[in-house]
Write a protein that binds this ligand. Structure first.
Ligand SMILES: [Fe+2]
Ligand SMILES: [Fe+2]
Length: 265
């Protein structure tokens, strides 16, 4: 399977459209998950953006702290089972923090129906306060494991310590934990002793000639003056970032994890 880090704006969506069909073919990918929290002009996601991302070959879209930036997101939360929001919102908030999906696009000989569970949670260190992701994810994973051992987790968080601790807690219980939110890909991909693949951050998909996908000047001006600025999406050096994970079908344990960084040329 492939996980794609935060898709930023039009350049990010373009990168997915151009590169994903090739990656699917080249690596016989069975399932593709992407974080879409920045897909609408860098902030949030709309049903139209989600459609574009699904049409490019993504099976499930996860999100994070930019969830509420576009009001149309409500439609996705209420009607789109392939769209996930962080699990650790209070119980009455629309949407789902996890889902179970059938793996259908198999070119690798997997007999259908194989089920994959996807879980999205958000950290609390240097982030808006939410419910405790540790206790809620542990409970949710227990519930998901009654249906499948193949479980992918997108942990949307800022602090490396929180991300590593969260993933260590789930070692042996899920197939992979990959972090998002910092937009900077880390180089610590590994498989923990219990069989859980891990990468602190997948990076982001979009224009890398900028500050985390935005134009440099306004970001710099904000740091220099403290005055609010409009952060336009940058344009150049468009790349798709993420991680490819091979999972043993029977045990749900990870066999291999590879960082992905592909340029749009
Ligand atoms: Fe993001
Ligand atoms: Fe984020």
């Amino acid at each position: 399977m492939l996980f794609i880090g935060d898709i930023v704006g039009e350049p990010g969506r373009r990168a997915v459209k151009i590169l994903l069909p090739k990656l699917r073919e080249q690596h016989a990918l069975d399932f593709v998950i992407a974080n879409g929290e920045n897909s609408a002009g860098g902030s949030g996601i709309t049903p139209k953006m989600a459609d574009e991302i699904f049409s490019a070959g993504v099976d499930v879209i996860t999100s994070g702290d930019h969830l509420w930036d576009q009001k149309e997101v409500m439609e996705l939360l209420q009607n789109e089972p392939r769209f996930l929001r962080p699990l650790n919102y209070p119980a009455n908030v629309p949407g789902h923090g996890s889902g179970i999906f059938e793996i259908k696009n198999s070119k690798s000989g997997i007999q259908n129906p194989v089920l994959i569970a996807v879980l999205n949670a958000q950290g609390r260190t240097f982030m808006p306060p939410l419910e405790n992701p540790f206790s809620l994810a542990a409970e949710e994973v227990k519930r998901l494991r009654e249906q499948t051992k193949i479980i992918f987790v997108d942990f949307h968080a800022e602090a490396t310590s929180e991300k590593i601790a969260f993933a260590r807690m789930l070692d042996g219980q899920v197939s992979a934990v990959v972090g998002t939110h910092t937009h900077v890909q880390t180089a610590d991909e590994q498989i923990f002793p219990g069989g859980t693949a891990y990468l602190t951050d997948a990076g982001f998909t979009g224009p890398h000639d900028g500050c985390l996908g935005r134009e440099i000047e306004p970001v710099l001006k904000k740091f220099l003056t403290g005055m609010p600025q409009r952060f336009e999406v940058a344009k150049n050096r468009v790349q798709l970032h993420g991680a490819m994970i091979e999972i043993d079908n029977a045990s749900g344990k990870a066999v291999k994890i590879l960082r992905v960084s592909e340029a749009v040329v």
